[in-house]
Design a protein around this ligand. Structure first.
Ligand code: UD1
Length: 417
């Protein structure tokens, strides 16, 4: 199994291009199921999760043609509405086919995702909302069996808590429902807004894009469209952290400061400096890092997908930082691995107290999930000596050409078999 070796201590200097967002691309791909006409997506990242979603759609009977960063999807020949366990198990975002399949074909059979490394992550909100839209939902043999007579009905959906996936599933389903659907307490993540914009280009009528209340007037049919996937704000935040922790100077191209404001504000408080350039954003950290507190929250709060990276940065800060995770339970698996590298971190329930240390030391560590594993890369870049990261398939799920992008800025990093 592949491992990554990093020898720390080099300040990153150079340019890193930011790819299209995985978390936007996955729901956009699922949206192809809403029409029998082609959907053309550009700025698609090349990632393992994208390949998994393509495999899932292909086994449903859709076609996914890939040319570098473009993908043309067509769901004209869908025959099979079952999303099998083998695929849903490897990628939770597979549940995003549920809403579109049910809305267009009146039935869907999707494996329950099961527990995962960052908490139980149920899909009860997706199912309850689909029931409110007239679907009959049965759980049998580990699968959700969903069906509806005729079309789904427009409904007034009020989510008890903010869920990105549930908002996306219901948004897609509502586009083909009979009547008007309102989603209250909708997720406002830029990736949800990107999906809504693509659906609008496919003929959907959506009001309130980017807000917590969306109104969707259902249509009998949607058509094809071309859409460019938004930049990956989490990839951007990750490379900001790599630059800061090594006291480097890096320009992120294709990056948009507006998408990452809550993170930029926190990083500025911690001593990281930003300046806009023609092509993106320059990051530097001339005076070292100060400890600051952070609490994860749904957008526009500090994203949970940046929590592990921020913790790696804080482990080298002057002073202490209290990091509180409110979105997921059990999202501190990176803590014991960072501690193996010399970090001083104590977890109390949902909060972690990080006391900055002068030096981290290279060690053999284990990646446990996507963002946890990249926090180990960040710590390794700043550590003295060699770090060997095991189970890097987690990184390949969400970071396009990570070693190449970091090596181009002077990092001493290589993949070893
Ligand atoms: C998406 C992102 C993920 C990010 C997360 C939160 C994708 C592919 N993944 O995941 O990277 O970390 O948003 O920003 O876009 N919940 C329920 N019941 C439900 C649905 C969710 O209790 O039916 C809970 C979850 O367990 C979690 C919280 O709601 O505690 C937020 O989860 P959600 O926003 O749904 O995350 P995902 O869409 O799975």
């Amino acid at each position: 199994m592949d491992k990554i070796r990093i020898t720390g201590g080099r300040a990153l200097q150079g340019v890193i291009p930011i790819s299209g967002a995985k978390n936007a691309a996955l729901p956009l791909m699922a949206a192809c199921l809403l029409t029998d006409k082609p959907l053309e997506l550009s700025n698609m990242p090349e990632l393992a999760d994208i390949a998994t979603m393509a495999k899932l759609l292909e086994q449903h009977g859709a076609t996914c043609e890939r040319r570098k960063h473009k993908m043309t999807l067509c769901a004209a020949g869908v025959e099979n509405v079952k999303a099998p366990y083998e695929l849903v198990r490897t990628m939770r975002a597979s549940v995003l086919v549920l809403g579109p399949l049910l809305a267009r074909f009146g039935k869907a059979e999707v494996s329950l995702p099961g527990g995962c490394a960052i908490g139980t992550r149920p899909i009860d909100m997706h199912l309850k909302a689909l029931e409110e839209m007239g679907a009959s939902i049965k759980l049998r043999d580990g699968y959700v069996h969903a069906s509806v007579k005729g079309r789904l009905k427009g409904a007034n959906i009020i989510f008890d808590q903010v869920s990105v996936g549930a908002t996306e599933n219901i948004l897609m389903a509502a586009c083909l429902a009979d009547g008007t659907t309102t989603i209250t307490n909708a997720a406002r993540e830029p990736e949800v807004a990107d999906l809504a914009r693509c659906l609008a280009a496919m003929g959907a009528e959506i009001e309130g894009i980017g807000t917590s209340r969306m109104t969707i007037r259902g249509k009998k049919k949607l058509h094809g469209a071309s859409h460019r996937v938004v930049a990956d704000r989490i990839e951007m935040g990750t490379y900001i952290t790599c630059a800061a922790v090594t006291h480097g100077v890096v320009e992120l191209t294709g990056a948009d400061r507006a998408m990452l404001l809550p993170v930029i504000e926190k990083y500025e408080e911690a001593g990281v400096q930003f300046s806009d350039t023609k092509k993106g954003l320059r990051v530097s950290c001339p005076d070292g890092i100060r400890g600051v507190d952070v609490m994860t929250q749904p957008h526009p709060g500090f994203p949970t997908d940046m929590q592990a990276q921020f913790m790696a940065l804080m482990s080298r800060a002057r002073g202490a930082s209290m990091i509180t995770e409110t979105v997921f339970e059990n999202r501190f698996m990176h803590v014991p691995e960072l501690v193996r590298m010399g970090a001083n971190i104590n977890v109390h329930g949902r909060s972690a107290m990080v006391r900055g240390v002068r030096n981290l030391r290279g060690a053999e560590v284990m990646a446990t999930d996507l963002r946890a594993s990249v926090s180990l890369v960040i710590a390794a870049l700043a550590a003295k000596g060699d770090t060997l990261i095991h189970r890097v398939y987690h990184l390949d799920r969400g970071y396009e050409r990570l070693e190449e992008k970091l090596a181009a800025c002077g990092a001493d990093i290589e993949r070893v078999g």
